[in-house]
Ligand binder design. Structure first.
Ligand code: NAP
Length: 249
């Protein structure tokens, strides 16, 4: 049977671990060749490349801080050098620097906006040139339910993730006529290093607000990203789809 993404080229930011890793493996398992970006997880990313190759797909790694415009460009350049194109961009990389507003330092606000929001802008900007020329492409931005409902202690993160949603809808409107779809995924609480940092009490109180009564798996997010990256979703653009066990409805 033909795989969903045979012959496609996908870029995943922050792919060395967590949701990005699961997304990269899922796209590779469906036939995509990958450019996997990392910032510090070098060993994990090399291991990921081997796993992707075992699935029968190709992968190359690019170390880059996506918050820096020129570094983000090196990721897309690598895709062009290696494969000659980019079909799918998954803006996954993200950080948290939580604190209540009164204690939040200006630099912690700036760094979360710079990585989570400006980083996605940088990658979209560089990728869109390629996609506009070929008149096709799929852009998937990882937002968060926190961007929809807010959260005490996450003013910076909520602002960045809400910003991602506004950016997704605007870029979707700008690029739709050129055959490019742009959608956002809003995970709830998903198992990863980011949520392993929560205390048991914090995790329990979040799960209590999840109708499906459990923490999600990275693969739950990866499954939706695969759908949005494939032609199965060709009439869907500008949407925000939650993967949150019913937390926000
Ligand atoms: P994670 O385990 O903390 O992984 C974060 C990833 O982002 C790492 O691969 C990291 O790369 C990369 N990264 C951070 N700063 C970067 C930068 N400046 N340039 C390039 N890469 C950078 O987090 P996760 O849980 O997998 O989260 C992935 C995405 O899902 C994030 O956007 C997050 O906000 C979103 N999300 C997660 C949850 C959840 O419950 N886990 C819920 C909602 C939304 P290195 O390790 O190489 O530094």
């Amino acid at each position: 049977m033909e795989k969903l993404l045979s012959g496609k080229v996908a870029v995943v930011t922050g792919a060395g671990r967590g949701l990005g890793r699961a997304i990269a493996l899922k796209l590779a398992a469906e036939g995509a060749n990958l450019v996997v970006n990392y910032r510090s997880s070098e060993a994990e990313t090399q291991k990921l490349i081997k796993e992707i190759e075992e699935l029968g797909s190709k992968a190359v790694a690019v170390k880059a801080d996506i918050s820096k415009y020129d570094e983000a460009e090196t990721i897309i350049k690598k895709a062009l050098d290696e494969y000659g194109t980019v079909d799918i961009l998954v803006n996954n990389a993200g950080i948290t620097k939580d604190n209540l507003l009164l204690r939040m330092k200006e630099e912690d606000f700036d760094s979360v906006i710079n990585v989570n929001l400006k980083g996605a802008f940088n990658c979209i900007k560089h990728t869109s040139r390629v996609m506009l020329k070929k008149k096709s492409g799929k852009i998937i931005n990882i937002s968060s339910v926190i961007g929809l409902i807010g959260n005490a202690g996450q003013v910076n993160y909520a602002a960045a993730k809400a910003g991602i949603i506004g950016m997704t809808k605007s870029v979707a409107k700008e690029l739709a006529s050129r055959g490019i779809t742009v959608n956002a995924v809003a995970p709830g609480i998903i198992k990863s290093d980011m949520t392993d940092a929560l205390t048991d009490k914090q995790r329990e109180s979040i799960v209590a607000a999840v109708p499906l009564n459990k923490v999600g798996e990275a693969e739950d997010v990866a499954n939706l990203v695969l759908f949005l990256a494939s032609d199965l979703s060709s009439y869907i653009t500008g949407q925000v789809i939650n993967v949150d066990g019913g937390m926000v409805m």
